[in-house]
Design a protein. Sequence first.
Length: 255
Amino acid sequence: MADMQEPTIPWLEAGAAFPPAACALGPDTDAPGLVAAGGRLDVHSLHAAYSHGIFPWYSDGQPILWWSPDPRMVLQVDRFRLHPSMRKTLRRFIRSPGCEIRFDSDFAQVIAQCASHPRDGGGGTWIVADMQLAYRQLHRAGLAHSVETWIDGELAGGLYCVAIGQAVFGESMFSRVRDASKIALSALVAFCRFHGIRAIDCQQNTRHLASLGAAEMPRAAFVQHCQRAITLPAPPWVFEPLYWQQLLPDRDANQ
């Protein structure tokens, strides 16, 4: 019997087009979801990748690796689960002087803090220096945003995401204060609901994300969602307190 041929990974030259996400390695390989290696971490490449359901993820000493898992973990914002304890935490946060949500006031600090906190299930720090630089450039281009929980003038926690049109891709989060990242995620969900954004990409399945209502979506359906959502007009990335009503009706928020 002839030896089975090992799958090959396309090597991208700078500026080259990405293979279709459907060409990613399959579940019977050592790297399921891997689409390609190489290329460049610049605004054009990141925009093209995310628009087709592909994202970079690699460690120091590796080439740039581009992924599109199948299935994809996605949070449909109308299915977000606000557990009773978190509901109480949000009510306290909203009522407390000195507590506020800000968008994009310190993107660089948010991504730096995320880099110092390993991704759940990621096996170590993955937001290497070149990734931080690339996403700061993406932020300056208006395509990456930070959602920040501020308490008494200090950044207590937050997250950052990529947003193209109405396609939102969650990247990473951190907390310095208990529940600060959960508050930021709740704020992002409230913002998305208010503006009619239907889903937030969570990339990979974790127990924590599942507990919040995220669920797996076939990659083909996710790519179709991306290609549709990127054509829709982007909302202004500013947080308004009235957005909390999407999660806490007036009578609830005032309790």
